[in-house]
Design a protein around this ligand. Sequence first.
Ligand code: COA
Length: 260
Amino acid sequence: MDKAVVVSTVANGITLITLNRPEAANALSIQMLSELREAIAACKFDSSVRCVLITGAGEKIFCAGADLKERAGMDLSQVRKTVSLIRESINELEALPQPVIAVLNGVALGGGMELALACDIRIASETAKFGLTETSLGIIPGAGGTQRLPRLVGKGRAKELIFTARRVDAREAQEIGLIEYVTPADSLLDKALSIANQIVLNAPIAIAQAKFSIDKGMNVDLSTGLSIEQNAYELTIPTKDRLEGIQAFKEKRPPVFIGK
Ligand code: COA
């Protein structure tokens, strides 16, 4: 059986995670979630990984969310367990110390869109479409959608999208701040790689601390956020990479950061 999640190194320090069930719209089956969590854990503890890209196999679909066929045969307790598994997997992806770029090769619906919302940066092909379709299925977004979408696009727009279950195309998604870039399908990976390649040149501890500071600081009052930033900054002060940054500037050469 093919692996439901394929992990590959696409460039120095850049790992690509591919959701690989194209025959089932890359839907989040229990097997896929288990492999996804393994892939996330492997990245978390591998200091050679400096940026993670996540995409879907095929040209049409990033991820159609929960596996609705699998769901159909579940009792209530199995449903609760599976939703919890999706939630935890997405939270773990968001909590990775490395930046995660969603490379949205196509449709992202329900849990697929929630997965994209938990990434740090979203780039989509012109053919991509997005929707939190849960209310049309008698449920609500249960893996962060009601929380992460309003934080990205504002409360009113998030409510409109969740209440109507409407699907938006890539252009509209960019206009409302749901995604950062739209590219033609054939240059999607190049665009993602060009951003990732810039990220991996910078100091890994600094990037992890900047990510932590932004993520934790966005959800608290400004004064607490500024304290979080101060503590995060503090962790960069004793690093070799900070000294390397200063030295390289003095010597007018690019810095070589080692993540220490
Ligand atoms: N779970 C399991 N299987 C799914 C799926 C899902 N979430 N979404 C699609 N599939 C399956 C389809 O049943 C079909 O399988 P089949 O060939 O055995 O019938 C296959 O994936 C391809 O889907 P299909 O609908 O034929 O392709 P499409 O290109 O016309 O449309 C989607 C793709 C994703 C837009 C459409 O399938 C869709 O809207 N799916 C529902 C997604 C959704 O609402 N998810 C939210 C879950 S909370």
